[in-house]
Each structure stands twice: as structure tokens, then as C-alpha cells.
Write a protein that binds this ligand. Structure first.
Ligand SMILES: [Mn+2]
Length: 406
């Protein structure tokens, strides 16, 4: 059978902003791709919603989104022990939908309404004719507990059948830096014997082979939420998995906005230089865009400003104003002024140590004493020792003694 794999639709993302329809457009297209490919079922790997308590307006659009799946006259696949009349949808919940045990999360509500089967630490069996596919799901949970919860659950694939397992966690292999936390899940922690491993949560798609030779799929989101560099590099879309051939096919979405990302690193930059660099990237992006929708432009400004130019002198809104109706911007200013940068570099070169701090402290104290006209009256070194040992009483006594004598 063919299965559509979709994740992180984040329905309701950017509600009451210019992007409030984005999540629904992408989700609609993703479901349409599933229907066009005549899949036997749809697997959702969490973060269907952007928030754990969606607004009624978001609910309305969500239920309308699921309607075509109900109407589609597709009766040969079903989920064992479930009676909903629709293309079978099997879903875990993600971290965005996570609520504590005493409360219902929105995926459980969709399950109650017969729109999907919700899985958390359990499995469901998809049946199509004489083919049986077992879908296991561990919904998103706080990273530090994931490994322990999985070990306790100990999912066992059904012998002689196809077995697929879904997660919604951060696997440490996909982080740019090692978290150093042993509790986080890694690919080596995955249970053996499954034909396909699926993970939502991380918003860029990727597929790798595990040491067992089995495929591990990061589905990626259907909408750009974080505007990370990786999100600009890989397209959003739907994966179609064929359980017979065990092949994964990726179908990109047309409706997602293009994302143009650039980190601009400046050195000693003037106000004009900053705006010139930004404008040239914005113009290049607008020239290269292929879709009719407004693209997302993400710029990270880093590096240093010229002497006398402050961070607050750079008016981002003024720079992007001429392009306001042509793109949606996300700009971050991580610039430092030159004098501050020099100080940081100096501190780095000096390799901060106890000795250098004492030396700097002495200099500062000497300057203060010079300014107050007291520098020739004290043994600065002794005074510094007293103050740094927190013996302020003796320090004051010494000062008072000196003043009395004069
Ligand atoms: Mn997500």
C-alpha cells in the first residue's frame, strides 16, 4: 500500500498576521497530493496545530481541511478496531500540542471526532486487502525523558508484517552542536526491526540510513516557521512511501513561500554600508524569486560597526520600507560597535585570568585615586589588596587616617 507522510503543519501559525492562511494552504495542498496519489492512509508526525489550545477560527478551518478526506470514496483501507469513514489518518501529537495528562490535547479531540487515530506509546494496524501494516507512535515528550520513556515502552515489531514507527523528538545527530546531554535520543537508541522510522519536530527534511540499513526519515514541516538556514535550503513537501517496494518519494509543495536567507558579516561598517548590503541582498532575492506570493527574507546582521556608529543608529524599518509590500521580513541585528568589539578582542587576547583581572583592577583604582587627587597619599597596591579581600573596614580606616593627617 502507499502511505502519505506529512508533519508539522502548524495549523494556525501566524494567526492574525499576514501569514495566517499559510499553514492551511500548505496543509490543503499536502492532503491533495495524498488524495491524488491514491494513498491507503496518511501518517502525521506531530505538530498538526501550532498551539495546544487552538482558537475556534483555527478549529473551523481545520475541520474543513479534513472534510475532503472523509468525502473521498476510498473504502478498501481501514484501521483495525476503528470505524471512521475516511481515508485512514494516523497521528501522534507534537511538542506544540503537548498538555499534561489531566487535559486533552487537540489531536485527541480530532481522534474523538473520528478524524484520525491518535497514538502515544501504542500502535494501530492498517489493513488493505490481505496486507497489514503496523504503525507505532510515540508522541512528542520533553527531550530529557524521551530515551527513558522509549526504553520503558519497548515497542516490538510484528513478525512477518510491515512495521513503521513515528516519533516527534530532537535526535542529537541532527543538531549543529552536541547538546552533551546523555538523556537525549540518538539514532542508536531506536528499537530494532522496523521497516521505516519517521520523525517530525525538526523542520527540514532529510533521510538517512541507520546502521541496520533501514531508512530514517525526517519529514520536515509543510510551513516555514523558524526561518533557519536549513529551511531555506531544502523544500517543504510530502513523502509517499510504498510498503511493497519500500521506496520513498518526495513531492514538493507549490504553495509554500520562498525563503531567502543571508548572514551578513560586517567589519567596521558605516550606516550606509549596512543599508547598502541589506538592499543588495533584498533586491537579489526579489529578482531570483519564482513564485507569485511574497517571499520570506531573513537577514542576520553580524560583525562590527565603525567608530561612533551605535547599534541604535541602524534603523531597520527605514531600510526595508521601500520593499514593505514585496516581501515579509525577519531581520536580526547582532552588531557590536567597534570600540566594544576592540575591548572584547583585547580581553580575548589577554586571556582573562586572575592576574590580568587584578592588573586591570589596579589600573582602575589608580585612575580613581588620581581623579580624586588622592593617588600620592596611598599605597595603591595595599589599598587594592584590602578592597579585593573585602577588608573595607581597614581600607576606610587607612583613608580616614590619611585625610586626618592632612
Ligand atoms: Mn514543529
Amino acid at each position: 500500500m502507499k502511505l502519505a507522510i506529512i508533519s508539522d503543519m502548524h495549523l494556525g501559525y501566524g494567526w492574525e498576521t499576514e501569514r495566517e492562511q499559510d499553514s492551511f494552504k500548505s496543509a490543503e495542498e499536502a492532503f491533495k497530493i495524498a488524495l491524488d496519489n491514491k494513498v491507503a492512509g496518511i501518517l502525521l508526525a506531530g505538530d498538526i496545530f501550532d498551539t495546544k489550545i487552538p482558537k475556534p477560527e483555527v478549529w473551523e478551518k481545520t475541520l474543513k481541511l479534513f472534510k475532503p478526506l472523509k468525502k473521498a470514496n476510498y473504502e478498501h483501507a481501514r484501521v483495525k478496531d476503528h470505524e471512521f469513514k475516511s481515508i485512514p489518518v494516523i497521528s501522534i501529537h507534537g511538542t506544540h500540542e503537548l498538555r499534561s495528562k489531566d487535559y486533552k490535547n487537540p489531536i485527541e479531540i480530532l481522534d474523538a471526532g473520528g478524524f484520525l487515530v491518535h497514538l502515544h506509546l501504542k500502535s494501530a494496524c492498517l489493513i488493505d486487502g490481505d496486507e497489514e501494516v503496523h504503525i507505532y507512535g510515540m508522541s512528542g515528550i520533553p527531550e530529557k525523558y524521551a530515551k527513558a520513556v522509549l526504553a520503558q515502552w519497548e515497542p516490538k515489531p510484528v513478525h512477518g508484517k510491515q512495521n513503521i514507527i513515528m516519533f516527534h523528538q530532537t535526535f542529537k545527530e541532527f543538531l549543529p552542536v552536541d547538546s552533551g546531554d546523555e538523556a537525549w535520543m540518538g539514532l542508536d537508541d531506536l528499537p530494532e526491526g522496523f521497516d521505516l522510522y519517521i520523525n517530525g519536530h525538526l523542520h527540514w527534511k532529510r533521510d538517512v540510513k541507520l546502521s541496520s540499513g533501514k531508512p530514517f526519515l525526517l519529514t520536515g514541516s509543510t510551513i516555514t516557521t523558524q526561518m533557519k538556514k536549513l529551511e531555506a535550503e531544502v523544500p517543504k513537501g510530502v513523502h509517499i512511501y510504498d510498503t511493497k517496494t519500500k521506496k520513498l518519494e518526495f513531492i514538493p509543495l507549490e504553495s509554500t513561500r520562498e525563503l531567502f536567507y543571508k548572514k551578513i558579516v560586517l567589519d567596521d561598517a558605516t550606516k550606509d554600508k549596512v543599508s547598502q548590503e541589506m538592499r543588495s541582498f533584498i533586491e537579489e532575492s526579489l529578482y531570483n524569486k519564482k513564485k507569485n506570493t511574497k517571499p520570506l527574507i531573513r537577514i542576520r546582521l553580524q560583525g562590527s560597526l565603525a567608530k561612533g556608529v551605535k547599534n541604535s543608529d541602524i534603523d531597520i524599518n527605514l531600510i526595508i520600507a521601500p520593499y514593505g509590500d514585496k516581501a515579509i521580513f525577519s531581520i536580526s541585528k547582532e552588531l557590536v560597535s567597534k570600540s566594544l568589539k576592540e575591548k572584547i578582542d583585547l580581553a580575548k587576547r589577554k586571556k582573562l585570568s586572575h592576574e590580568t583581572i587584578e592588573e586591570e583592577g589596579m589600573k582602575i583604582l589608580e585612575e580613581i585615586l588620581k581623579e580624586t587627587g588622592l593617588s600620592d597619599k596611598f599605597d595603591t597596591r595595599r589599598m587594592f589588596k584590602l578592597v579585593s579581600e573585602k577588608d573595607t573596614e581597614t581600607a576606610w580606616d587607612t583613608i580616614l587616617e590619611e585625610l586626618k593627617e592632612n
